[in-house]
Design a protein around this ligand. Structure first.
Ligand code: C2E
Ligand code: MG
Ligand code: MG
Length: 751
């Protein structure tokens, strides 16, 4: 059996969407990072291809430039060679110097057949001998008449020169043009420099040019020159129709390599290799990943926080919605939800009402009352929680849900236990014998029953239990019918009192029952008795609709209407010459205790040009007992105004003669209960005579109610009772009939 009702939101409703959002976000981030990385690599690829193309262009350009320079130098050397042929007969150092100047040649040497320098404009080289392997010796031994070499550094000075040779019969000339002014130009087109510059400009780590054997020919990194790239597939690249770019990623080495062929025109002259460190890409990718992770963490953190706050708020709202803020117990909504969720046959609901707890609130204040009630609630909860679910459904009411079948006697035992536990709880707080607890029990045989209906039923039973002898009561369908009936009566009453002349006219009317002097047999006054007849329900007994009027705060309106009707009747009596006859009106407790009651009565009577002296006001002992001090004050003021006050149904309540002395009244109406006894009890045992005498001693007039038999009339007369009311003389009558009764009585006296 559940120990305590708990209504909670499941966290899964919040966590699952949060996880879905997180996963979605993580996937999107992952794809975004991957996309950015791959676009970075494709950018790198494009760059590599671009570099290769640029390099090929540069090579082309440099080749062309060098060719142009060579041609220029060649032309110059050719001219010079032709010219020096003319001076073969007069060669000496001076002539060579003059010729060199005039031809714009930097160096001019004349060798003999053995390869020794005989004459030169560079005198410090005179006597130098060519040696095997030296380009000079190479020409000396060749059969060629002349030769123009490519630019090369001088073997002695290291200065860059372009040399040419031309044979004479005795030896040969060597002419040299310094290429020093062209150094920069040549350097610029020198492959290594070109690659270094390109690598620098394009932020590539290394650029290198491979030949068809994959050997590095030139490179921005000189240490690589001569090394071989171990990548056989590079050779395939040189074959026509193969892909023009090959990309290799070497994560272990942290580099990225791109190879692309370099073409001069249609001829592939080599492969351009490009090595770039993966570090920047890796760095960017790492940064992106970190950024993504941080974003995920922030978003997930915020989301989790929002989810947690929402979850907590929702739980707080649920807690508030399903618990009573004062007692902390689950409330009526919880109870309904529990009944709805259980869906078992033969369960039961008990509703306990601590009826007089409001008195404690009034006497000790609401703050104290709340604290005390909380203590009661906790005690009850502690006593029953292990067996039943306890709810604080409203005000001073507790609900107990029995989720399994319990036989009737056990339900009764439980109801009694509830009463005991509550009494025990209040005693613990120092209030002995203070509580008036009623428990209503409602069986729930149908598992599909509407919880609201069950609650309504048990509440109806509680209403009926207010007057029951036992502290517990079981709900019966008849109670519900009674409730529906009361509802109809209340509605009709309300509509009638809103507009007595309207659609509901005739549903209520007043009849008047004569009250006769027992000595003279004369009508002294009439009691106004209200009647109600409803379509479908027929005649409604006054105690029933009067009670409903009191419960539904309609007693004041009803009282006003009865007084108005009675005043109209009194006017009719006056018009027919019965000036001495009074009318008695029944007053409800709630009407009497309303502030301004006395003034309202006087005002209304005044409206009909009547005086209070011709009106009796009847009220029961219980009415006066409710708030006796206030009631007595009102009675005194009413009597001071001239109204006559009667105590109705005397002997049925708790008042004693001692109390009667204190009350400000004029007439005592002995209840029918005592009058009926005249017919059934020995005259020695009747108390009615004593009652009459004691009332007379207090100066009060006595009316006997419900006199139906002549024997009763006789006895009452003998005992000195003043007045009588009952069917023996007349039933309650319509105004016209009442006047007719008086008139016929007058006629009979005159006759
Ligand atoms: P009550 O004021 O004690 O009125 C006397 C009741 O006894 C009336 O019942 C009357 O019809 C009945 N009665 C009179 N003589 C006899 C008799 O010989 N035999 C029997 N069996 N009954 C007799 P009724 O009219 O049903 O009224 C019942 C109660 O309803 C009244 O008792 C009164 O307390 C209350 N009531 C009636 N009309 C009004 C009203 O307009 N306002 C208020 N506040 N209460 C009213
Ligand atoms: Mg009465
Ligand atoms: Mg009475």
């Amino acid at each position: 059996m559940p120990s305590r009702y708990k209504k909670n939101l499941s966290l899964k409703y919040f966590v699952v969407p949060a996880i879905i959002i997180l996963l979605t976000f993580a996937t999107v981030s992952f794809l975004a990072i991957r996309g950015i990385r791959s676009s970075f690599y494709s950018l790198l690829e494009q760059q590599a291809t671009q570099h290769a193309e640029n390099y090929a262009l540069q090579i082309t350009k440099s080749t062309e430039a060098i060719e142009v320079i060579n041609e220029l130098l060649n032309d110059k050397l050719l001219t010079a060679m032709n010219s020096v042929s003319l001076i073969v007969d007069r060669i000496d150092n001076e002539t060579l110097t003059v010729w060199a100047d005039s031809l714009g040649i930097d160096e001019i040497y004349y060798y003999n057949q053995a390869g020794e320098i005989l004459y030169s404009n560079q005198e410090h080289y005179l006597g130098w001998m060519s040696y095997p392997g030296h380009p000079v010796d190479d020409f000396r031994l060749s059969p060629e008449p002349f030769r123009i070499e490519d630019i090369r550094p001088d073997s002695e000075s290291g200065i860059l020169n372009k040399y040419s040779y031309v044979r004479t019969p005795e030896g040969f000339f060597q002419l040299g043009i310094r290429a020093i002014r062209l150094d920069t130009l040549v350097d610029a087109f020198e492959p290594n420099s070109l690659l270094t510059e390109m690598a620098h400009k394009t932020h590539v780590d290394t650029l290198y040019l491979l030949n068809s054997d994959r050997i590095v020919q030139s490179s921005s990194d000189p240490s690589l020159i001569g090394s071989r790239i171990e990548e056989p597939s590079l050779q395939e690249m040189l074959a026509p129709g193969e892909p023009q770019v090959m990309i290799k990623r070497l994560p272990e080495e942290g580099v990225y390599q791109v190879y692309t062929p370099v073409k001069l025109g249609d001829t592939t002259v080599g492969i351009l290799g490009l090595t770039t460190s993966l570090a920047p890409t890796q760095r960017m990718s790492d940064q992106l990943t970190i950024f993504g992770l941080v974003a995920i963490a922030v978003i997930f953190g915020s989301l989790s926080h929002a989810v947690y706050i929402t979850y907590k708020r929702k739980n707080q709202l649920l807690e508030m919605a399903y618990h009573d803020p004062n007692s902390g117990l689950p409330n009526r909504r919880s109870l309904l939800s529990t009944v709805l969720d259980n869906r078992q046959a033969n369960t039961a609901l008990l509703l306990a009402h601590v009826r007089n707890f409001d008195n404690i609130n009034l006497v000790y204040g609401f703050h104290f009352g709340h604290t005390l009630f909380r203590a009661l609630a906790q005690h009850v909860q502690a006593s029953f929680a292990d067996r039943y679910q306890v709810f604080h459904v409203a005000g001073n009411r507790f609900g107990f849900y029995v989720p399994t079948y319990l036989p009737k006697d056990e339900l009764i035992a439980l109801a009694k236990e509830v009463v005991e536990v509550l009494e025990e709880a209040i005693e613990e707080q120092g209030f002995k014998h203070q509580l008036d607890v009623r428990v209503a029990i409602c069986d729930i045989p149908d598992p599909q029953a509407d919880p609201e209906k069950i609650f309504a039923n048990v509440s109806v039973a509680l209403l009926h239990g207010e007057t029951a002898e036992e502290p517990y009561i079981f709900f019966t369908p008849a109670m519900e019918e009674q409730l529906l009936r009361s509802d109809v009566i209340e509605r009709e009453l309300r509509r009638f009192l809103t507009d007595p002349q309207g659609e509901q006219a005739g549903r209520l009317w007043v009849e008047y029952q004569p009250i006769v002097d027992l000595t003279t047999n004369e009508v002294v006054y009439f009691e106004a008795l209200t009647r109600m007849h409803l379509p479908g329900l027929g005649r409604i007994a006054p105690p029933e609709f009067i009670k409903i009027a009191e419960q539904q705060q309609l007693a004041v309106e009803l009282g006003k209407w009865v007084l108005c009707e009675s005043c109209k009747f009194l006017r009719q009596l006056r018009e027919h010459g019965f000036d001495h006859i009074l009318v008695s009106i029944n007053i409800s407790a709630s009407d009497l205790l309303q502030t301004g009651f006395a003034k309202r009565m006087i005002d209304l009577v005044g409206q009909y040009q009547l005086t209070p002296q011709i009106i009796n006001l009847e009220m029961t002992e219980s009415t006066l007992m409710l708030d006796s001090d206030t009631a007595n004050e009102v009675l005194q003021s009413l009597r001071a105004q001239g109204f006559c006050i009667a105590i109705d149904d005397f002997g049925t309540g708790y008042s004693s003669f001692a109390r009667l002395e204190d009350l400000s009244v004029d007439i005592i109406k002995i209840d029918k209960f005592f009058v009926d006894k005249i017919l059934t009890t020995d005259t020695e045992r009747l108390v009615i005579g004593d009652l009459v005498r004691m009332c007379h001693r207090l100066g009060l007039k006595v009316v006997a109610e419900g006199v139906e038999e002549e024997t009763q009339r006789q006895y009452l007369k003998e005992q000195g009772c003043d007045l009588m009311q009952g069917y023996l003389f007349s039933r309650p009558l319509l105004p016209a009939d009442a006047i007719e009764l008086l008139q016929s009585h007058r006629r009979s006296q005159l006759a």
